[in-house]
Write a protein that binds this ligand. Structure first.
Ligand code: SAH
Ligand code: SF4
Length: 400
């Protein structure tokens, strides 16, 4: 069972014409103030720093509350810039505490983000980087939705701000923000780019968003608690490491090219050997900063003991963690999840090779919030409308 709230107001909001400050890096915000308000660069830097703390430390949504900024400048800021978050169309809370948000970025353009308590240090937010995905991994629901567009840095950061609004995790000092923890009433400690989309096909926005989210004077989530998952866009992996210094996860899912070509079609471009070599070269990789290899458990497809042994052999010498993900089914998905006994036997082999507790417990299944189940409601609706239209057509045909 889950609780679902429909938060759409039903009223059509006036289109926002002011530029949003959310999503600009510190340097961009400073330059914007110089350009739009004719401030001296030094002044602009100081003002950007004040605004930054209000936005990302206090979660302020209104310039009027920025009391250390003079009234005249506040009025000008108000006229020039917006601080609004995108609209939450629907919020669902699972019995296990997982929260899923459907966020409307523009009419017909929606993404989902999911908060999973007790994952990572205190709790992890799974963010989307694209609306849909251009890749077509056969086990992934997002892959059935064609790409609508890349998200902007502001749209990625807004997913984090919406969660912090909802959990009431704003305020306090940068230190409180950074340390967090249940005793300070803060539960968001980690960010994973494992929602909709392929983050490495939107690296400039993802990198800017990470710069903002990790800034110690704001949301302050350390780069080591941010993980970017890729299906294997090899040419962008080095740049990801250099620009973001974040942790890397690889959606491996198969141990031979023939099967991976089928499950994760980007493998036809960058095969397993090339991918593993790029992992060895990932900037900053070490035993203290291991790469996570995700492996979805598909019944009778990739879950044999021989494949478990092959997985271990393949990752020899790579500082790695292994994450076995029970397959999350979606309507008409062509696979089944491996039986629990099978997953455990597979995990035992991986365990014996020295990888600790590799099975990822599915979370939020009751609200379709688990990996690979994400797909915009808008598209689902369009699909159901299409089905309805098709039914009407056949009904009509039957009547003829
Ligand atoms: N595009 C990126 C990140 C988003 S997918 C990537 O592919 O890595 C996040 C993770 O969920 C990936 O490991 C993906 O392979 C996995 N996944 C997708 N569909 C799934 C499903 N139905 N069940 C379980 N895991 C799934
Ligand atoms: Fe895209 Fe990742 Fe899904 Fe593959 S698994 S279709 S890359 S979102």
């Amino acid at each position: 069972m889950s609780i679902s709230l429909d938060l759409a107001s039903g009223k059509a909001a006036l289109p926002e014409t002011r530029q949003s400050l959310i999503g600009l890096t510190r340097a961009e915000m400073r330059d914007q103030l110089v350009q739009d308000l004719n401030l001296e660069p030094k002044q602009a830097k100081m003002r950007a720093s004040q605004i930054w703390r209000w936005l990302y430390l206090q979660g302020t949504k209104d310039f009027a509350q920025m009391t250390n900024i003079g009234k005249d400048l506040r009025n000008t800021l108000e006229k020039t810039y917006a601080l609004t978050r995108p609209e939450i169309v629907e919020k669902q809370v699972s019995t296990d505490g997982t929260r899923k948000y459907l966020i409307r970025l523009a009419p017909g353009i929606e993404v989902e983000s999911v908060f999973i308590p007790d994952v990572g240090r205190y709790g992890a937010l799974c963010v989307s980087s694209q609306v849909g995905c251009t890749l077509t991994c056969t086990f992934c629901h997002t892959g059935t939705q064609k790409l609508v567009r890349n998200l902007t840095p502001g749209e990625i950061v807004a997913q984090v701000m919406i969660l912090k609004d909802d959990l009431n995790e704003w305020g306090g000092t940068a230190q409180v923000q950074k340390e967090g923890g249940p005793e300070s009433g803060r539960h968001l400690s980690n960010i994973v780019f494992m929602g909709m989309g392929e983050p490495l096909y939107n690296l400039p926005s993802v990198a800017n968003a990470i710069e903002i989210i990790s800034d110690p004077e704001g949301i302050a989530i350390s780069r080591r608690r941010i993980t970017v998952s890729t299906s294997g866009v090899v040419p962008e992996m080095k740049a990801l490491g250099e620009q973001t210094e974040t942790m890397l996860a690889i959606s491996l899912h198969a141990t031979n090219d023939k099967l991976r070509d089928e499950l994760v079609p980007i493998n036809r471009k960058y095969n397993i050997e090339t991918l593993i070599e790029a992992c060895r070269q990932y900037p900053g990789v070490s035993n203290a900063r291991r790469i996570t290899f995700e492996y979805v458990m598909l019944k009778g497809v990739n879950d044999s003991n021989a494949e478990a042994r092959e997985l271990v052999r393949l990752l020899k010498g790579v500082p790695a963690k292994i994450n076995l993900i029970p397959f999350n089914p979606w309507p008409n998905s062509p696979y089944e999840c491996s039986d629990w006994d099978r997953i455990e036997e597979f995990a035992d082999i991986v365990n014996q090779a020295g990888y600790a507790s590799p099975i990822r417990t599915p979370r939020g299944r009751d609200i379709a919030a688990a990996c690979g189940q994400l797909k915009s409601e808008s598209v689902k609706q369009r699909a159901s409308e299409k089905r309805l239209a098709a039914k009407k057509l056949t009904d009509t045909a039957a009547e003829l």
